[in-house]
Write a protein that binds this ligand. Structure first.
Ligand SMILES: *Cc1c(COP(=O)(O)O)cnc(C)c1O
Length: 378
């Protein structure tokens, strides 16, 4: 060993030290892309699946696996996979639900805009036909499903930005009656407020970029499945499409989850107080708040883009940003951000008024949040 040159030592010295005997109290960040075994026979056994272990990062990483395990526990699922973003997670959930060319799918018309665009632009060329439906009109939804026999139904626990709450149990029954699967995007609710799998959903999807991470500094997505039978299709997509979550993001998101309950408790309480206060203001015509979650949407009495922008520009503390779920309060103008691509008429049909501002309420002191909103309304 001592005879090796500086060039060689610099590369190999200290590499591959034995793991400590004690169990670390926090999950280590495993940056290794591959693992070396004592013999080629051992390595071959891992490749063959005879020995369960890590071998290559796209196939699995201990830090990411720890986050998957946490999400399984929080969502009461049987398996989870982490992805590079919420969109990659949604894409994987569609494939895991068995989507193939020629299928129809039924999505809530209140879905996140990019989720609908994913169905249209990525799966459209494979002749997938998405139907949009009002998921609060259960009778029409049942009829549509009986006629169109979709592969899956896709809805959100709490919709953006009108905050409609999905009756997951009823919609799951409608889906299962026609042998369809139910995929629920539960980003706005988090497992703190809802556990869609317990209510009958087959797949729950999260953009971990929002509440799970919670600090606006990490991007990721998660899919959790209810039935163990769906695990292999999900893992296959993760490994072969390759949109895996980075170990650094997994570490930040896992750290965020440790305070999820504390943050949600404060954020939901703040949102309820803000909604109540907004209802007493003459500058505000409508307040959307379903008494669930930490998002409040308001429509100004002066229902115009100019008024909405003037209000947003006047905020001194609340952050003008097209995201949500962070520790700080943030505001976004749906008509010019998430629903920008829709024609004016279609947007109004969906209830996205020009004067609508979505507030993601943070963990600050509620008096400071109200004070900032009040001076901006003035
Ligand atoms: C942000 C978001 C997504 C997409 O997640 P990314 O992490 O940005 O890819 C999907 N669904 C909802 C409800 C979201 O808010």
């Amino acid at each position: 060993m001592k005879d090796r040159s500086i060039e060689t030592e610099a590369v190999h010295a200290g590499r591959g030290a034995d793991a400590p005997k004690g169990r670390p109290s926090a999950t280590p960040i495993y940056t290794a892309s591959t693992y070396e075994f004592d013999s080629m026979a051992d390595s071959d056994a891992v490749f063959a699946g005879e020995l369960e272990d890590y071998i290559y990062v796209r196939q699995g990483n201990p830090t990411v696996d720890a986050l998957q395990e946490a999400m399984c526990v929080l969502e009461r699922g049987s398996a989870a996979s982490c992805f590079a973003s919420g969109m990659a997670a949604l894409h994987a959930s569609f494939l895991a639900a068995g989507l193939r060319s020629g299928d129809t799918v039924v999505a809530s018309k209140d879905m996140y805009g990019a989720s609908l665009a994913l169905l249209d632009h990525v799966f459209g060329p494979f002749e997938v036909k998405p139907y949009l439906a009002d998921f609060s009109d259960l009778e029409s939804l049942r009829n549509l499903c009986e006629n169109e026999r979709p592969r899956f139904l896709l809805g959100e626990t709490i919709s953006n930005p009108l905050l409609k709450v999905l009756d997951i149990g009823e919609v799951a029954d409608i889906a299962h009656a026609v042998d369809a699967r139910l995929i629920v995007d539960s980003t706005f609710a988090t497992p703190y407020l809802a556990r869609p799998l317990e209510d009958g959903a087959d797949f729950v999807v999260h953009s971990a970029t929002k509440y799970l991470g919670g600090h606006g500094d990490a991007i990721g997505g998660v899919v959790v499945v209810r039935d163990a039978a769906d695990e292999s299709a999900l893992t296959r997509t993760m490994r072969l499409v390759g949109g895996i979550m980075s170990v650094w993001e997994a570490d930040r998101i896992a750290r965020g989850i440790k305070t999820l309950a504390l943050r949600m408790e404060r954020q939901c309480a703040n949102a309820a107080k803000l909604a109540e206060w907004l209802r007493s203001r003459e500058e505000v015509a409508t307040v959307h708040y379903p008494n669930l979650g930490a998002i409040v949407s308001l429509i100004l009495a002066d229902d115009s883009r100019e008024a909405a922008w003037r209000f947003m520009d006047a905020l001194k503390m609340c952050v003008r940003a097209t995201t949500l779920g962070d520790v700080h309060t943030s505001v976004s103008h749906s008509a010019s951000s998430s629903h920008r691509e829709f024609a004016d008429e279609r947007r109004r049909e969906l209830g996205i008024a020009d004067g609508l501002v979505r507030v993601s309420v943070g963990i600050e002191n509620i008096d400071d949040i109200i004070a900032d909103v009040e001076q901006a309304l003035r």
